[in-house]
Design a protein around this ligand. Structure first.
Ligand code: CAA
Length: 259
């Protein structure tokens, strides 16, 4: 498959997948989600030992799911959209090889969810993280509620999701959302260094170690992810979702009424 929104570079067992939609800060539309799903599903793990995921350009890793595409979805379409992202990201999480997210800029909503589906996250000092969805009248989708609470604990996850606050890389490091922070120009070099170290290890041992860690961590994954897909869909039957997304696109403050 030819990809319109992914740039792929692969050399000596390390593959870099860049999400590339510069006009919308790499926001994830359904075509990109299908491309990610196709790419990850067809990755030859005999050839690629470590995958690095990053965003194209200097400003964003991924600024979320594509609000323009979501604005007019109905409940069923909202559910399907969440499911599409959730399945693609679950494939990343369960891929037989280690996956490193190199977070180079805005990492919001669906972007944070993409990073959290990776095994390890490292960030540029310019990266910013957040789950701003409730400010758009929706819940996080793509398994963000599930993975954020698992990664940083319920209390901080609820604060981030309920307030929609955007945190800087040093705070993401403090709460354990990322493993390390580097100067922007060092980020990809550091990601490659880590990938090189991992690449030298025994592939099957890595695969089994990842499977073991995921197995206990993921005990309730399928139920939690399906519940989130349904609730994400339910938001699209509300006036607040239409208002929240229209307000973003019209660059104004939303007026929520609780319907
Ligand atoms: N979807 C669609 N378009 C987006 C986008 C998104 N998530 N994020 C940015 N863009 C577009 C903007 O609309 C803008 O387009 P125009 O030039 O045509 O106006 C362009 O990218 C550049 O963005 P800004 O002008 O807004 O850039 P900025 O530097 O002023 O702000 C930003 C950057 C803070 C990231 C801001 O763009 C922003 O808040 N983006 C939305 C973030 C967000 O809410 N993400 C969550 C989406 S919902 C979601 O992800 C659901 C889920 O869990 C599945």
């Amino acid at each position: 498959m030819e990809y319109s929104f992914l740039k792929i570079e692969s050399k000596d067992g390390i593959c870099i997948m860049k999400v590339s939609a510069p006009k919308s800060l790499n926001a994830l539309n359904s075509t990109i989600l299908k491309e990610i799903d196709d790419f990850v599903s067809n990755l030859d793990i005999n050839d690629v030992r470590v995958l690095i995921i990053t965003g194209d350009g200097e400003k964003a890793f991924v600024a979320g799911a594509d609000i323009a595409e979501m604005a007019n979805l109905n409940e069923q379409q909202g559910y399907e959209f969440s499911k599409l992202g959730a399945l693609a990201f679950r494939r990343i999480e369960t891929l037989e090889i280690p996956v490193i997210a190199a977070v180079n800029g805005f990492c919001l909503g669906g972007g944070c969810e993409l990073a959290m589906a990776c095994d390890i996250r490292i960030a540029s000092s310019k990266a910013k993280f957040g789950q701003p969805e409730v400010g758009l009248g929706i819940t996080p989708g793509f398994s963000g509620t599930y993975r954020l609470a698992k990664l940083v604990g319920q209390g901080y996850a609820k604060e981030m999701i309920f307030t929609g606050k955007v945190i800087k890389a040093d705070e993401a490091l403090r709460i354990g959302l990322v493993n390390a922070v580097y100067e922007p120009e060092e980020l990809m070099g550091k990601a490659m260094e880590m990938a090189q170290v991992i690449k030298e290890k025994a592939p099957l041992a890595l695969q089994y170690a990842k499977e073991c860690i995921n197995e206990s961590y993921d005990l309730y994954a399928d139920g939690a992810i399906e519940l989130e897909n349904k609730d994400f869909g339910r938001c699209f039957a509300t006036e607040d979702q239409k208002e929240g997304m229209a307000a973003f696109l019209e660059k104004r403050k939303p007026n929520f009424v609780g319907k």
